[in-house]
Design a protein around this ligand. Structure first.
Ligand code: PEP
Ligand code: MG
Length: 759
């Protein structure tokens, strides 16, 4: 039975035509259960009814025409109860409704199961039989299992807009959900872009003139290098951070002996330049795609992008430039970083990538450019999107296709408010972050990925609260040496030399990995991550600490922070390694110059729930705490922060999360240990206000949020925030916290700063 079930679901999810797929589905179920009738009804939520879509056993004329209200008949009952209904004689059931057009009078036995995806009833599956008997347990279990599995396939079909249930020709706004690439809102026409050249369609072939092919490749290579140089030069004027490294990586690859040699070797074997390129690129892509690691899989996209660029420069096809709308949301199967670079000055206001994740270079670049983006939208009918209007909500990770006028005007209002605020907010940049009644806090930035340091200084950051050192480790082919790390950290420390900089030791594992240090695990967030890895590899840890200490030599603004601490032993071990590095380096430097090596403060991140119960013990060992609320939320709520299926459960405003944060602030105060927070919650005005009321005096956030948060702080009264917190802490569920905060922020005149989640 299991094989049949799997086959039915597989065939259904692979079908391209919904009607045919449904017809095949009902016939297969009917024969698997050896019954006389099987039918499927799909829910039309707009009109609140189920429509008979396909059946093997009911009258064909009724398909697509017969509908049953959500509260009507046995179908409605299955939908309402959200459970199977198994009746020996349906016609005697009080909810039975006679619908002569479906011609079901001869059936008595009825079994209906709901098809539910993420708590939403998508439809009802039924089997019927002439004999008056209840279906047995195995039959019922089969139908229930099948419905549960079908739900996922059906939900994706629904998302792809293949289900057009309403017969009227009215356009319905469809909404697609993706993964957050970059926050913000864009409203405008979508422009679907296809790669100018597509290596995947090249048929490999051999040619005679090898020299000619070598020169074709060489010309294409130098043209491509020149393009990348031009792109990064252009972008350097707008962004100053390491998100531009991708262009250097591309250039390095083009200059690298391996890549070029492999292509030329193939040409020398007789392959055409295009074929030689395809063979090499496909080889690399296959290797990357086969890896489980998300970061490494993303590199396959980079290689494909590079291949297509080279191919385009080999083919030199002069394309008729298509007229572009003045402003557009760029949509592509795979929006590459180079596509973003090419379009960013041509009216690009938003990005939708069908594939990709938020660790892709596209997302990194979009954040740096402050362009809203959503990735991994998983939508098949991409061509249909061209020239359609859309709203891209990078906060809620949603794309609304052909939105209604009402929705557009709602979003236009938010957008206009955002723009107006921006100007207002900028005025506060160089003013202190103090409430109207004089309570001051420090606002610092999280850096490593998106921060252009100059920009951060401009927005008035009081320092770096979290420098994620793993980010500069990413775009490389091996661990950076002590000298390289020293130079890098020195740059960071000197750009903020009169302000504190907290560097976190390498925090790879979980969702962050290094191409040259793959970690393949079934449960990476509960696995080998952060301090667990670096304690297992003291050589990596010591080298990093030495580099940090060296960089700090002569500056003195460094603090070191340990990620993913879950026990005191880890702290002891890490501190002992830090001491070892310190004394070794001190003696090396003393031999040279007799100088003083500053001793940085050492702190721990509070992000694993176990440490909440050891704060006192920890306080004896370290100089400060910093709350990683992103991970703390994930681990407290047992919700994978990157899993879209449970995304709605991952919520910083969950009462348990807020109470834990409050507890940490209170305990730290009792222990007289400085505590800061560096998770995303501090980026949100509502979150920041709650945190300040709890007693957090140092908030670290993305550079782009800082001015906004500061402006909000400058417009509230600390006293009022404490009353607000007292009320919030009494609430018992997340939705109540959302609506309470929404109401209060509006009351405080801060309605325009409400984060999408609180809408
Ligand atoms: C956190 O967990 O809140 C945090 C700041 O660290 P990261 O997001 O890098 O895991
Ligand atoms: Mg973390």
């Amino acid at each position: 039975m299991l094989t049949i079930l799997r086959r039915i679901v597989l065939e259904f999810s692979q079908a391209s035509e919904l009607d045919q797929a449904l017809m095949r589905l009902v016939s297969q179920i009917k024969s698997a259960l050896a019954t006389q009738c099987c039918s499927v009804y799909l829910a039309d939520h707009q009109n609140q009814h189920f429509i008979l879509m396909a059946s093997n056993g009911l009258a064909e004329n009724a398909f697509g025409r017969t509908s049953v209200g959500f509260t009507e008949g046995l179908i409605g009952l299955v939908g309402q109860r959200e459970e199977p209904i198994n009746i020996a004689n349906a016609q005697q059931h009080p909810d039975f409704i006679h619908a002569p057009e479906v011609e079901e009078d001869h059936y008595k036995a009825f079994l209906g199961t709901p098809i539910i995806h993420q708590r939403k009833v998508l439809g009802v599956l039924t089997v019927q039989q002439e004999d008056a008997r209840t279906f047995n347990e195995n039959e019922e279990a089969f139908l229930v299992t099948l419905s549960a599995q079908l739900a996922t396939a059906l939900a994706s079909v629904e998302a792809q807009g293949m289900i057009e249930l309403s017969n009227n020709n009215q356009r319905h706004c469809k909404s697609l959900v993706g993964i957050g690439g970059s926050a913000g809102i864009a409203i405008g026409e979508m422009m679907v872009v296809h790669p100018k050249a597509d290596l995947s369609v090249i048929q490999v072939s051999k040619v005679i003139d090898c020299d000619q092919q070598l020169s074709t490749f060489e010309i294409a290579r130098s043209r491509t290098v020149a393009e990348f140089t031009q792109m990064s030069e252009q972008l350097k004027k707008i962004i100053t951070d390491n998100s531009l490294d991708i262009f250097d990586v591309y250039k390095q690859l083009l200059d690298s002996d391996n890549f070029t040699r492999e292509i030329t070797a193939n040409i020398e074997k007789g392959w055409s330049a295009e074929s030689a390129l395809k063979l090499v690129v496909d080889g690399y892509v296959m290797q990357f795609e086969a890896l489980d690691d998300e970061y490494l899989r993303e590199r396959a996209y980079d290689i494909k992008d590079l291949g297509n660029r080279l191919l385009n420069n080999m083919q030199q096809v002069v394309e008729q430039e298509q007229p572009k709308p003045k402003q557009f949301i760029l949509v592509a199967e795979d929006v590459s970083a180079t596509m973003v670079a090419e379009h960013q000055h041509l009216g690009l206001i938003g990005i939708v990538s069908i594939t990709g994740s938020n660790s892709s270079h596209t997302a990194i670049l979009a954040k740096a450019l402050n362009i809203p983006a959503i990735m991994g939208v998983d939508y098949l009918a991409i061509r249909q999107l061209d020239k359609q209007n859309a709203i891209l909500d990078g906060y809620a990770c949603q794309l609304y296709i052909t939105p209604s006028d009402a929705l557009i005007s709602e979003y236009q209002h938010i957008l206009a408010a955002e723009t107006a605020l921006q100007a207002q907010v900028e005025e506060a940049e160089h003013l202190p972050a103090s409430t109207t009644d004089g309570h001051s806090v420090s606002l610092l930035i999280n850096a490593g990925l998106t921060a252009g340091f100059e920009y951060s200084q401009n927005v008035g950051a009081d320092g770096i609260g979290l420098y994620r050192t793993e980010i500069p480790f990413m775009n490389r082919s091996c661990f950076p040496s002590e000298t390289e790390q020293t130079a890098l950290y020195k740059d960071v420390l000197t750009s903020f030399d009169s302000k504190p900089v907290t560097m976190r030791t390498l925090d790879v594992g979980g969702d962050k990995s290094l191409p040259y240090f793959p970690i393949i695990e079934a449960n990476p967030f509960l696995g080998w991550r952060g301090i667990r890895i670096t304690l297992d590899h003291p050589e990596i840890f010591l080298l990093q600490i030495r580099a940090m200490l060296r960089a700090n030599y002569g500056i003195g603004n460094l603090s070191i922070m340990l990620p993913m601490i879950s026990s005191i032993t880890e702290v002891d071990e890490a501190i002992s390694l830090i001491n070892q590095a310190y004394y070794e380096l001190k003696s090396e430097l003393l031999c040279d110059e007799g100088a003083i090596l500053p001793r940085p403060k050492v702190g721990v991140m509070l992000e694993v729930p176990s440490v909440l119960f050891q704060l006192e013990d920890l306080a004896k060992k370290v100089d400060f705490f910093s709350v990683g609320s992103n991970d703390l939320t994930q681990y407290l709520l047992a919700v994978d922060r990157n899993n879209s299926r449970v995304a709605s459960l991952y919520d910083f405003y969950h009462p348990a999360v807020l109470r834990a944060l409050h507890y940490i602030a209170q305990e730290s105060e009792k222990l007289s240990l400085p505590v800061s927070i560096c998770g995303e919650l501090a980026n949100e005005p509502a979150g920041a206000l709650l945190l300040i009321a709890m007693g957090y005096n140092q908030l670290s956030m993305s550079a782009h949020s800082l001015a906004k948060v500061k402006w909000v702080i400058r417009h509230v009264e600390y006293r009022k925030l404490q009353t607000l917190l007292t009320e919030v802490l009494k609430l018992t569920n997340t939705a109540d916290v959302h609506s309470y905060m929404h109401k209060e922020l509006v009351g405080l005149g801060l309605g325009d700063f409400i984060h999408a989640k609180l809408q």
